[in-house]
Design a protein around this ligand. Structure first.
Ligand SMILES: CC(C)(COP(=O)(O)OP(=O)(O)OC[C@H]1O[C@@H](n2cnc3c(N)ncnc32)[C@H](O)[C@@H]1OP(=O)(O)O)[C@@H](O)C(=O)NCCC(=O)NCCS
Length: 332
């Protein structure tokens, strides 16, 4: 069967959301996994952010020529706008996902074709690194990505719950030397510098900037050394990525921002007449190949539960500084 591979355009947003829900709900049902989004509105918001709001958005769709319906897609955001010139030494990352194929069309090579086409474009545009989070319960997507030259780099457990504040009691002195405040657009340089220490050559400035400009409520926070005024950590809107100088700084930042942002989200929901309150649940993508101690702390001390496991997979350049604590989000 032949399929057309075309670039995503705005008029397909609803079809893309429906396709995502159809494909993922089927796989969650098959493996008995809780859904990522409980409502269509939640899925639409996430897909809209990736396909419409992010300046580095680049998605491909597979169209069935007989019905003209979208039967597959791979949604991608690139860390630098593909149209603008690159500064020397600046490396770029494409964050891939979700990848969905309609259950009626699976097993026909559509995802493989989409991945091949995407990798060709990214190679042509000289994107240095392609990254994704693979659902560890799903052997099909693992084979798909391995065959597309992605390699597993890190095992991740998504932890959920509200961290127990007593889990950072032993860090009281360190906590007293810091302050936490919300990130604004003026802090992008400081965040970028910290990110560059964790991932030399790379930047998530565009992701952070997009989030600060588009989020309805800002739940991105910086951890600052009171004496030097230096950023020792930041966290992009939970469950966004975080970068910290040490694991202990991360523990402080995570526990405090969970409580601060949960209260804020509840307040926002209350004001907007939403009954589903968020308190008592936040998420943390724990990279336990590089930070096994954080997994132990998260489960035993912070009393978080493991929701599900993921595999961070990369094609191309991957360099992390083991001295830093980098907590990924669902993309990289
Ligand atoms: C994962 C998914 C996108 C694959 O789409 P697809 O079009 O059916 O995949 P393809 O037919 O191109 O197959 C790609 C590779 O996957 C593997 N694969 C496909 N079907 C498989 C099966 N039933 N069992 C084991 N491996 C399988 C094979 O390695 C195959 O390559 P090959 O045919 O060269 O051996 C699709 O199953 C899907 O949408 N699932 C739900 C959403 C999801 O889980 N997305 C990925 C999240 S990490």
């Amino acid at each position: 069967m032949m399929f057309e591979i075309v670039r995503y355009t705005r008029e397909y947003i609803d079809e893309n959301v429906d396709l995502y829900i159809e494909a993922f709900h089927e796989v969650y049902r098959k493996y008995n996994v809780r859904k990522e989004f409980q409502t269509r509105e939640g899925a639409l918001e996430a897909i809209f952010l990736l396909q419409e709001r992010h300046p580095g958005s680049y998605s491909l769709m597979a169209i069935d020529p007989a019905t003209k319906k979208v039967v597959g897609h791979v949604i991608t955001t690139v860390s630098v706008p593909l149209s603008s010139p690159r500064t020397p030494g600046q490396l770029s990352v494409a964050s891939i996902g979700p990848v969905s194929v309609s259950p009626h069309y699976q097993g026909k090579g559509i995802a493989m074709k989409l991945m091949q086409a995407l990798c060709e474009v990214m190679d042509e545009k000289k994107v240095d690194s392609l990254r994704l989070m693979q659902d560890a319960f799903n052997p099909i997507s693992f084979s798909l990505y391995l065959r597309s030259q992605f390699m597993p780099k890190e095992a991740i457990s998504i932890l959920e719950g509200m961290p127990d504040p007593t889990s950072i009691e032993h860090l009281a002195d360190l906590e007293a030397s810091t302050l936490i405040r919300k990130i604004t657009l003026d802090d992008l340089d400081a965040c970028d510098r910290l990110y560059g220490q964790a991932h030399p050559g790379f930047s998530r400035r565009l992701d952070l900037e997009t989030e600060l400009k588009t989020s309805k409520i800002c739940t991105s926070f910086a951890l600052i050394d009171k004496n030097t005024q230096e950023f020792v950590g930041y966290s992009a809107s939970i469950p966004g990525h975080s970068v910290c100088k040490t694991e202990d700084y991360f523990k402080i930042l995570f526990v405090r921002t969970c409580h601060l942002s949960s209260a804020e989200k509840d307040e926002y929901n209350r004001k907007n007449g939403k009954t589903e309150l968020t308190s008592l649940k936040e998420y943390f993508y724990c990279p336990w190949t590089s930070h096994p101690g954080l997994l132990k702390w998260g489960v035993e001390c912070a009393k978080l539960k493991i929701w599900r496991n993921e595999t961070h997979m990369v094609r191309g350049v991957y360099c992390v500084n083991p001295e830093m604590t980098y907590i990924p989000d669902c993309f990289q």
